[in-house]
Design a protein around this ligand. Structure first.
Ligand SMILES: Cc1ncc(COP(=O)(O)O)c(C=O)c1O
Length: 395
């Protein structure tokens, strides 16, 4: 179906959230801390959803079909997904390669269980989204860390270090692109260099590409799209929940073009994993088919917020080192040259009443860092930056 567009009013869509309106909603992001804390932590946006999504959900609730969703997915859902992968990411995928899931984290578990055995090693490249560690440990696999390195400008993968670290029991790589928390969007050349290591050592790849739609320049390259050999070794996770702010619906997709691998995933998932609830399916379908005007506008707003945060910190708190994210709405900040110690997020919370994610949760190299979420109105963003600047100034 042709992409449908609908004008998006920036003032209503993105400038509207205020502390009062946000605190009036039952949202995890805003209820985690005391009511005097401004939360810029978990990866939810403060923006209301795209109008077409809200309308489609209302229409479904109104006509009142609350039983099991159509088996095989609400009509058009898988086609909308595969059309999107083909047109937006130049990645043609057969609908048979898709396994819908109630969120993305279940895919990390399924991917790990399907490709590795207990005691075997899974590579992660910290700093990295904390559930990567949890998934590997909770499945009795072993974390093998290949820390990313700062090349003076941005984080890059150290593939020589990775080659040296791999052992006979290293089976898989759990990869994140766009990368949470650094916001790196790896180039095709970087991905191809990584793919060489993967093929050399016959690793499986569990590739979390949930933030693929949130790329500021150029476009996201799916790891599995690099070559048929790479596709055979890759399980990809993708979904609408970050780009369209739908995390509460618990919907995601696992894509595996290797039929034996996908069969193994499905066998493990069995009846133990719930399917996607009907509202999540409708939200995903509508986001994919009718959400892109909203997404384009959101990306423009997020880019301006990113630039605003970086400009203000550079001018007003120059001791904070910043990494400009190429994708995502998450900004990784280095507080090591401030007086805030190893856990700056704790100091900012206690003294500044602003809630960032603690860098230490992201593994090796995270001490002294914190993650800042810019997906909010400019007014709330400025108030949160004021608090960071004042806390750093006070030492
Ligand atoms: C990289 C990445 N993967 C997975 C998730 C979680 O996805 P879900 O809530 O659908 O399990 C997040 C949430 O922020 C994320 O950033």
């Amino acid at each position: 179906m042709a992409r449908m567009t609908e004008p998006v009013d920036i003032a209503t869509a993105f400038d509207a959230p205020t502390e009062a309106t946000m605190r009036a909603k039952p949202a995890g992001k805003w209820m985690r801390y005391d009511p005097d804390v401004l939360p810029v932590w978990v990866a939810d946006m403060d923006f209301p959803p795209a109008e077409p999504i809200r309308r489609a959900l209302h229409a479904h609730l109104d006509h009142g079909s609350y039983g099991y969703p159509p088996f095989g997915g609400t009509p058009g859902l898988i086609d909308a997904l595969t059309e999107r992968l083909a047109t937006r990411f130049d990645w043609p995928v057969a609908r048979e390669a898709v396994h819908p899931m109630a969120g993305i984290i279940p895919g990390l578990f399924l991917g790990t269980l399907a490709t590795t055995g207990p005691g075997e090693q899974v590579v992660v490249q910290p700093p990295i989204y904390p559930p990567f560690f949890a998934t590997i440990r909770q499945t009795q696999r072993v974390v093998l860390e290949n820390p990313m390195v700062d090349d003076g400008d941005r984080y890059v993968m150290d593939l020589e270090q990775l080659r040296a670290a791999i052992t006979p029991s290293t089976r898989a790589l759990m990869f994140c692109n766009p990368h949470n928390p650094t916001g790196r969007v790896f180039s095709r050349a970087e991905l191809e260099a990584l793919a060489e290591v993967v093929l050399e050592h016959r690793l499986w790849v569990i590739s979390d590409e949930l933030h693929a739609d949130l790329v500021f320049d150029g476009r996201h390259v799916p790891f599995a799209s690099l070559s048929p050999e790479v596709a055979q070794r890759t399980i990809t996770m993708y979904g609408p929940t970050k780009a369209f702010n739908l995390a509460g619906f618990k919907v995601g997709f696992l894509i595996a073009e290797n039929p034996a691998l996908l069969a193994r995933v499905k066998e493990i998932a069995g009846y133990s994993q719930p399917g996607v609830n009907i509202l999540g399916q409708i939200a995903a379908l509508t986001a994919f088919r009718e959400g892109d005007a909203w997404l384009d506008a959101a990306l423009g707003y997020l880019r301006a917020n990113r630039d605003h945060l970086l400009a203000r910190l550079t001018a007003e708190a120059p001791a904070v080192r910043t990494y400009a994210p190429e994708g995502t709405y998450l900004v990784w900040l280095d507080f090591r040259a401030t007086g805030l110690g190893d856990d700056p997020a704790a100091a900012l919370l206690e003294r500044g009443r602003v809630g960032l994610n603690a860098g230490g949760d992201y593994g090796a190299g995270g001490a002294g860092f914190a993650r800042f979420n810019v997906a909010t109105s400019r007014t709330i963003l400025d108030a949160a930056i004021d608090r960071v600047v004042a806390t750093v100034a006070a030492g």
